[in-house]
Design a protein around this ligand. Structure first.
Ligand code: BDR
Ligand code: CA
Length: 317
């Protein structure tokens, strides 16, 4: 019997964030251990400016007929200037498919106020998934420390125990706002880091993308077009044979917790390095840091993850 988890999805869409959103809502129709009750989508600047990431979230939910609310959050990191990723996600942040014009609008309430009020008022503890820079969540926890008791878990796509993707040391989401992540690492909350060690193992290849593009579900076809754009960057610029789906893996690991194998380690974030800013430094030996542990994902059931993605995207009619 499936159980339900109350979730806030915090993201910066972004091609893989978009598929994370689609997966999260589709979980209601899938047969895994958990279905996600998504209480709202909060948006942060990251892959593109806040205005664009908000628009992209609206494009996706409207295209897929998803009934939810979009809350705009921080337009820049806590301290640093914003770094964006048009090389990966294009000028819109969601280049590839042609989307019809947006008919709805985002909520007036700020993402951080929404997070604080929703977590405070929820009868059940809330899981927060972040698939972008962690600015909104850090701001909510700094502004309202009482909410921490009502957070079940933080699951974040970001970081890597070994090598980065934006610099040799850092993964993009952490590099953009390292101070926000370090604040969160120091909390006693249950936290799961879904980093590049696992996301890079679960590649989607051109044949997988063609499979989506020829499906009868228009949402699966749109996702195929998104991935067709995303994969070109990885093939041409990174020399990879396909593309990882970073953000959906974080979402998938809640729907089916068996998808990821994790180990608890202390993780600190390099906030002052000359070459290593944004690095997630994992204390594998367990004798250097006293930061509360984070569950670091080190292995992934690739087959189960990919099956879930296909099933989810094709479930939209
Ligand atoms: C992360 O960076 C972004 O470009 C993706 O959306 C993902 O969240 C991967 O490093
Ligand atoms: Ca993202």
């Amino acid at each position: 019997m499936a159980k339900t988890k109350k979730v806030i999805l915090d993201c910066d869409p972004g091609h893989d964030d978009a598929i994370g959103i689609l997966l999260g809502f589709a979980s209601q129709d899938l047969n895994y251990l958990y279905k996600l009750d998504i209480l709202g989508i909060t948006i942060v600047a990251g892959n593109q400016t806040l205005e664009k990431t908000v628009n992209n979230a609206l494009k996706i939910v409207e295209y897929a007929n998803i009934d939810t609310k979009i809350y705009p959050g921080y337009a820049q990191p806590l301290i640093r200037d914003l770094e964006i990723a048009p090389e990966v996600h294009g000028e819109t942040g969601l280049d590839g498919p042609e989307f019809p014009g947006i008919s709805g609008s985002p909520e007036k309430k700020h993402a951080v106020s929404f997070m604080i009020d929703t977590i405070r008022e929820s009868q059940d503890k809330v899981t927060v998934i972040t698939t972008g820079p962690m600015t909104n969540l850090a701001a909510a926890m700094i502004g309202a420390p009482d909410i921490i008791d009502n957070i079940e878990e933080i699951v974040f796509m970001g970081g890597s125990a070994y090598t980065g993707n934006w610099t040799p040391a850092a993964e993009f989401n952490i590099l953009v706002d390292p101070e926000a992540v370090q604040f969160i690492m120091k909390s006693d909350l249950k936290k799961k880091m879904v980093g590049l060690e696992v996301t890079r193992k679960a590649m989607f290849y051109p044949k997988d993308i063609n499979n989506l593009k020829s499906d009868r579900s228009s949402v699966a076809r749109m996702a195929g077009e998104l991935l067709e754009y995303f994969v070109q960057f990885h093939i041409n610029e990174k020399g990879m044979p396909g593309c990882p789906l970073h953000d959906p893996l974080a979402v998938a690991s809640i729907i089916n917790p068996d998808i990821l194998k994790t180990e608890p380690y202390s993780v600190n974030i390099e906030c002052g390095g000359q070459y290593t800013t944004g690095r997630t430094v994992v204390d594998f030996d367990g004798d250097s840091f006293d930061t509360p542990v984070t569950d670091v994902a080190l292995d992934v059931d690739v087959k189960a993850f990919k099956e879930m993605i296909f099933e989810a995207l094709k479930s939209y009619r």
